[in-house]
Design a protein around this ligand. Structure first.
Ligand SMILES: Cc1ncc(COP(=O)(O)O)c(C=O)c1O
Length: 448
């Protein structure tokens, strides 16, 4: 598409997320509307949105049930800051979320997105330990190649290159270990690699002093870093390690939450109950921003006591638990439950995975990874050497857009996560679009 001079000037007056303005001006996309699996730009061109915006529109764009719930709420109450009170619909969301989480994860603090939820969980954990007799527990261990959000503590916990190095020095007390993908070629099996990487958390905890370590923060499936999909045993080892050293286990389920991995949460997919789940993205399917931190009920007792003890969680956001967002969230969860979309994520995911495996004949895909409909592929120059192929990813960004396909491309891998309203024929269309876009990209980089 082509931008007018006015549009170009206006684009220069803002920033895109993680995208140089110059690149965007050469490859512009101004979206006018979206419905279901598709976007349309202002010239009327249609795009297959293979990633639900960015892991958000789990029910597709503009889902009628969610829109209707928000419309109803608009008539009643649109804003009630959590400073003065709480809205009835926020209480309903708290109840709803508590009914779908594993274990005793019932303590809910709604927010407006993933970064807020993560940032809040880090503060929540530090305050929790101060109030339970462990005031020196303040360190967090997360992983290289992770992304936990754009705010400063979330960025300090993140381990993905320029998304953090540009803002250094970051906060102290944030330690990192490597995720299994990074180490896999050093081990004879994926399982052994996962065991080694999971045990690294304990080595770090012991070396740092368990009395100083507050929490471990991991994504069940890590998007940045290339859809990192550990084994179940990996999470079991981490859970046991945390228990041994009185360390809180936080799952960042901003992407994996709400059905797409084939269970309601990645926690259930990997059969590990963390102490806190943080999330956002799919919770309101993109109709209104919504996130939540969900903690185990036992942690809440550290915040109970007479007012003069000042045990309240010393943290808040004006728009957290916005009634419109809560109404949208309830509608999304109800739709997932009533339509059996968790099982659908498994079936659709199996179908799509086979289609993506079928693209291996192009000779540049090392592996298809992920769970449910959250799937990714790693690009390599050839499958005998498995050398990364970032030029392909860079060209693919261009060709996918040209072919009307939106997915996450980060140049050595790509990810898709189609909405759970999709059918098998949509997955056929998606696989064809990816094949064509990779072939076109290979032509650009001069390899057939
Ligand atoms: C795993 C993960 N955590 C946290 C975040 C931050 O969420 P938000 O962009 O809603 O603040 C993201 C966003 O992409 C994410 O992927």
């Amino acid at each position: 598409m082509k931008l007018t001079n006015r549009q170009q000037e206006l684009v220069k007056r803002t920033f895109l997320d993680f995208n140089p303005t110059s690149w965007f001006l050469d490859h512009p996309l101004v979206i006018e509307k979206a419905r279901g699996l598709y976007y349309w730009d202002i010239e009327g061109k249609r795009y297959f949105d293979a990633i639900g915006g960015i892991f958000v529109a789990i029910l597709g764009h503009g889902h009628p049930r969610v829109i209707e719930a928000v419309k109803k709420q608009l008539e009643k109450l649109t804003f009630a800051p959590p400073l003065h009170g709480i809205s009835d619909v926020t209480l309903d969301l708290i109840e709803k979320l508590g009914s779908i989480t594993p274990g005793n994860l019932k303590y809910v603090k709604p927010f407006s997105g993933g970064s807020e939820a993560i940032e809040s969980s880090l503060k929540f954990v530090r305050q929790y330990f101060k109030q339970t007799g462990y005031p020196h527990k303040y360190k967090f261990i997360s992983r290289y190649f992770s992304y936990h959000g754009g705010t400063l503590a979330a960025a300090s916990a993140s381990g993905s290159g320029s998304r953090k190095t540009k803002f250094e020095p970051l906060m102290s007390g944030f330690l990192k270990v490597y995720p299994p993908n990074y180490m896999r070629d050093r081990f004879s099996s994926w399982e052994e690699c996962n065991r080694f990487c999971a045990r690294m958390f304990e080595d770090v905890i012991i070396n740092e002093g368990p009395e100083t370590v507050a929490a471990v923060l991991v994504e069940p499936v890590g998007n940045t870093g290339g859809v990192i999909t550990p084994t179940e045993e990996y999470f079991r080892i981490i859970r046991e390690t945390c228990d041994r050293h009185n360390v809180i286990l936080i799952f960042d389920e901003t992407i994996t939450g709400y059905g797409r991995t084939g269970e309601m949460f990645g926690a259930q997919t990997f059969r590990t109950v963390p102490d806190i789940i943080c999330g956002g993205k799919a919770l309101a399917s993109g109709v209104i921003p919504l996130g939540a931190m969900i903690a185990k009920q036992e942690m809440a007792s550290a915040f109970e006591g007479p007012p003069e003890k000042n045990l309240e969680f010393a943290h808040g956001h004006t728009f957290a638990g916005n009634p419109l967002a809560c109404a949208a969230g309830i509608a999304v969860i109800d739709e997932i439950l009533e339509k059996g979309l968790v099982a659908r994520a498994r079936m659709l995911g199996d179908y799509l995975r086979k289609k993506l495996e079928g693209l291996k004949d192009l000779g540049v895909i090392r592996e298809v990874r992920g769970k449910g409909v959250f799937l990714g592929m790693e690009f390599v120059r050839d499958t005998s050497t498995n050398k990364p192929f970032p030029e392909l990813g860079k060209a693919l960004k261009e060709t996918a857009l040209r072919n009307g396909l939106i997915m996450r491309i980060d140049p050595t891998w790509c990810a898709v996560c189609p909405a759970l309203i999709a059918g098998e024929s949509d997955m056929d269309e998606l696989a064809d679009l990816i094949r064509k876009s990779i072939k076109d990209a290979l032509e650009i980089v001069g390899k057939h």
